[in-house]
Design a protein around this ligand. Structure first.
Ligand code: ADP
Ligand code: MG
Length: 209
């Protein structure tokens, strides 16, 4: 079993949307997947999975609310992949989740407002000896190559890895999310294609030993 978590110091950076892309990709490739939703105030993944079920989308995705890591550990037998979604503000639980994970994805926008807290969190996690598990995912990115390159450089200078595919910000995803689809299943072929590139990058990082 592999555990991949989406962690951040901020809300709204795309943790839940990316967790759903990874879960759908793994399920489509035949893996038994659980999304463990630790964001108990928002439950974005649980609510989305409910909409997905209601719309009859396949593959079905199981998403459940969890309060503690202990509870999660008791419930993971039989799964190939557990995707952990967490709340906006990283706390002690988030750090424990990170330690338990095989890969820790840190989604972040390109602004310093996003990157500074993200890199501070990465440094904090690195003190637990897990720097090599950390992957910053540049997320909700507009059309500027310059901003993207600048952000990549900053993350790399700080000594952390970035995923080589970014998550583009597109209004068109909203309808898909609202209808229980992941970005990689978008009804818009251009959006779907860009999300498929990202899903491949997420999945191959998760599968890397
Ligand atoms: N690539 C994207 N393009 C457009 N909207 C997005 C994209 N990714 C996420 N969103 C939207 O942005 C908001 C925050 O995303 P979410 O995944 O919930 O972030 P987090 O889990 O980090 O708080 C949500 O309204 C979501 O639907
Ligand atoms: Mg969320």
């Amino acid at each position: 079993m592999r555990v991949a978590s989406f962690i951040g110091q901020k809300g709204g950076v795309g943790k839940s949307a990316l967790a759903r892309v990874l879960a759908v990709a793994a399920a489509r490739s035949g893996k038994k997947v659980l999304i463990a939703d630790f964001d108990r105030e928002q439950l974005s993944c649980v609510e989305w999975a409910n909409r997905r079920t209601r719309e009859g989308r396949l593959p079905a995705i199981e998403a459940r609310e969890f309060k503690t890591l202990k509870k999660l550990r008791k419930n993971v037998s039989g799964y190939d992949l557990v995707v952990v979604d967490t709340r906006g503000h990283a706390d002690e639980l988030t750090e424990d989740v990170a330690e338990e994970s095989d890969v820790v994805f840190l989604p972040s926008g390109t602004s310093l407002d996003d990157l500074r807290p993200t890199l501070n969190l990465a440094r904090k996690l690195a003190k637990h000896g897990i720097a090599d598990k950390i992957v910053v995912v540049l997320s909700r990115i507009g059309r500027s190559e310059r901003l993207l390159d600048g952000a990549k450089q900053l993350v790399e200078e700080a000594g952390f890895a970035t995923l080589d595919v970014h998550w583009p910000q597109r209004d068109g995803f909203q309808g898909d999310f609202d209808n229980g689809l992941a970005g990689s299943e978008s009804v818009n072929p251009h959006l779907r294609q860009s999300a498929r590139l990202l899903e491949e990058a997420l999945l191959s990082r998760v599968e890397r030993k």
